[in-house]
Design a binder for this molecule. Structure first.
Ligand SMILES: [Zn+2]
Length: 166
């Protein structure tokens, strides 16, 4: 039994593929940069940042946290030639709404699992989280010092990005 979602996405994909003309793009991103951002459904990096297929790496996770993205950032730079990183967190992020202890408690209650050592990387201030993540990337010791790392907050209310650190 195929779910309604699977029916929808496969139909959408058939439509996309019927007009697809970008089958011979090179593997390394053509514009040589990576974006680290949140998985939030309201944020569409391709539309908001003017990206086409083949342009850039978009590394997404809950919150757009650099700690979670570091593995991908290293692969992006060392193996696929990207030379710039943009960190974008956003207003009204779900990561502003909970603390680790709450999620640990919930998992214990629902699954009987004690994973108190897992850091979900929530934050209480979106500008501060952008600054923290830029600092984490710069101090990681695995990103070349001349690589520009900038940070923005995307406003889900306006569609704009505003600079935090450039
Ligand atoms: Zn978010």
């Amino acid at each position: 039994m195929v779910s309604k979602i699977i029916e929808e996405v496969t139909a959408a994909n058939a439509e996309y593929a019927s007009k697809f003309t970008k089958g011979s793009l090179p593997l390394p991103p053509g514009r040589k940069f990576a974006v680290v951002t949140c998985m939030d459904a309201r944020l569409d990096p391709a539309k908001a940042l003017g990206l086409e297929e083949g342009d850039a790496h978009v590394i997404r996770n809950a919150g757009g946290r650099a700690k979670d993205a570091l593995r991908s950032i290293i692969i992006s730079q060392q193996l696929l030639g990207t030379e710039e990183v943009i960190v974008i967190h956003h207003t009204d992020c779900g990561m502003l709404t909970f603390e680790d202890s709450e999620l640990h408690g919930l998992l214990k209650e629902r699954f009987g699992k004690d994973i108190a050592d897992l850091d979900f990387l929530p934050f209480s201030n979106v500008e501060a989280s952008v600054r923290d993540d830029i600092a984490l990337i710069r101090s990681s010791g695995v990103v070349r010092s001349e690589i520009p790392v900038s940070g923005y907050v995307y406003e889900v209310e306006t569609g704009r990005i505003r600079p935090v650190e450039q």
